[in-house]
Design a protein around this ligand. Structure first.
Ligand SMILES: C[S@@+](CC[C@H](N)C(=O)[O-])C[C@H]1O[C@@H](n2cnc3c(N)ncnc32)[C@H](O)[C@@H]1O
Length: 275
């Protein structure tokens, strides 16, 4: 995209999607879920922790404060851009986190290397989620445990129903599909079966309800899109079309608007299982 387009569009994509993810989505959404996941995984002093599909590393970073100097934390992701940001953000974190590039369905670790495996909001993106669970099971020590979270279906995420419909209408079907992809159709029993099929016997599934907040509907659109592969598509839209998209989102989110912007519920399954 030319500088002129950037300026005339008035819609900046000055940073990479991974940087935008860390700057916008981590504080607005993922950070508060991280604390719940770490609680669920009962991460403690001395634990060897693996964060599968770590993204920019929020779970791995917070896990370090629980494992102390005798434990260790490894973050693995398939995306180099995410790992680059993860490493930059965590330079001062101790114990030092080991960052590894790799695929969740073929973990580059030996059997029984970890006490806790975490996986926050990523299982739904794997080509073969059962194989990924099987790998988590394989790398866990005999008394180890897995803690993972997966968003409930789109119907339970009102702000994203609106956003996905709007990008589908103004950018295209693929864009709508992409915005819906974090929210699989799995219900709690589907998820339990999936984790059991991966090798875990005792599986606990809970529904957790949180929220997302943005300073305005237009910032909701801008920040979400900037953190996704759609950044260039929306910047390339004619300004009047983009304004229409934002008006549509603003209208549809009227019931979730207040003096501080927009706030909307988000619901997730949190799953834990012992090896
Ligand atoms: C929504 S992000 C969640 C990141 C992080 N867990 C968090 O809580 O912020 C999903 C992550 O899954 C990663 N991912 C997708 N497929 C993967 C795979 N097959 N193996 C490893 N990571 C994968 C993506 O690169 C992305 O960083």
């Amino acid at each position: 995209m030319s500088d002129q387009t950037r300026q005339s569009a008035g819609w900046q994509i000055e940073q990479s999607a991974s940087e935008a993810y860390e700057q916008y989505l981590v504080p607005a959404i993922f950070a508060s879920w991280t604390d719940r996941l770490i609680e669920t995984g009962e991460i403690g002093e001395g634990d060897r922790v693996l964060d599968v599909a770590c993204g920019t590393g929020i779970v791995a970073r917070r896990a370090t404060s629980r494992v102390g100097t005798t434990g260790s934390v490894v973050g693995l992701d398939i995306n180099d851009g995410m790992l680059t940001v993860a490493e930059e953000v965590a330079t001062e974190v101790r114990p030092q986190i080991e960052w590894r590039q790799g695929d969740a369905t073929a973990l580059p670790f030996s059997d029984e290397e970890f006490d806790v495996v975490c996986c926050q909001q990523a299982l739904q993106f794997f080509d073969d989620p059962v194989a990924a669970i099987g790998e988590m099971h394989r790398v866990l020590a005999p008394d180890g445990r897995v803690a993972l979270s997966v968003w409930r279906p789109l119907d339970y995420q009102p702000a994203y129903v609106v956003l996905a419909d709007a990008v589908e209408r103004y950018i295209g079907d693929e864009a709508g599909e992409m915005m819906r992809s974090p929210f699989p159709a799995w219900d709690g029993e589907d998820l339990r079966t999936l984790v059991q099929d991966g090798g875990f016997d005792e599986v606990s599934v809970t529904i957790e309800i949180g929220s997302v907040r943005y300073p305005s509907p237009s910032e909701f659109v801008r920040r979400e899109v900037a953190s996704s592969p759609l950044a260039e598509s929306i910047a390339a839209l004619d300004r009047s079309v983009r304004d229409e998209l934002i008006h549509r989102v603003t209208d549809a989110l009227h019931a979730y608007s207040d003096d501080e912007g927009v706030a909307s519920p988000m619901e997730s399954y949190v799953v834990t299982a012992g090896r």
